[in-house]
Design a protein. Sequence first.
Length: 255
Amino acid sequence: MPFYVYIYPIISINKRGQVKNRMESKIANMVISNILDRAHSYEKIPYWDRGPESIYWDITYRCNLHCKHCLNNAGDRFSHDYDQELSLDDASKLIRQIAEIRPHNLCICGGEPLLRYDLVKQILRGMKQAGIPTNMVSNGWLVTDKVAKELKKSDIQSVQISLDGLGYEHDLFREQSGAFDRAVEAIRILTDNGIMVVVSFCPNRYNFHNFEAYASFVDSLQCPMIRMMPLTPLGRGRQNYDELKLTSEETYLFV
């Protein structure tokens, strides 16, 4: 069945289909439920009507942070010419093409998508008209109550907020003081406006040792899912790979 499944090291399933979880938390069951719901919904679509399972659209390389692991080198003007990014007119053509091939869902990515909020709104309008579920990833810095209300009105399916540890762990990884507080505030604003929020977590040497406390904190924010994002040796992830990567022993302890 052609659908993506994220791998969560805190969860394993035995031959009887029972969930074994290192922590007694609601997160594991909610992750499994989400995966099964997506699988069942995909099965209901006639095979001749299925486009790609997912399209991930990096709408910009602009970013207000400078994350150590960014595979796109987002926010680095030496790597990107922002003036060459798609105009709204050019983007509208791509939006129509995406609607024609009917993907199961679309993810608006970056960079930081909210730095091209005009384009985010244009994409959401087009996907809403086409009936294509749409999600977005964000670092949360630019999320306001006004933005959240507009996203909710657009029928966005979910927003993924990057949260790579507690407090200084996240700020160090994102190379920006206050990034953790802004991300948490974004989660609360989006949740208060009825938008489902999931968080992403990239295990690295700064944060792996504190994961149980992290997961408990995420649960308290009413986030139904933690997505484990691998450290990829591309872009700044390559430059900082030796600094960030877990050793074999650290990986064993984390998993």
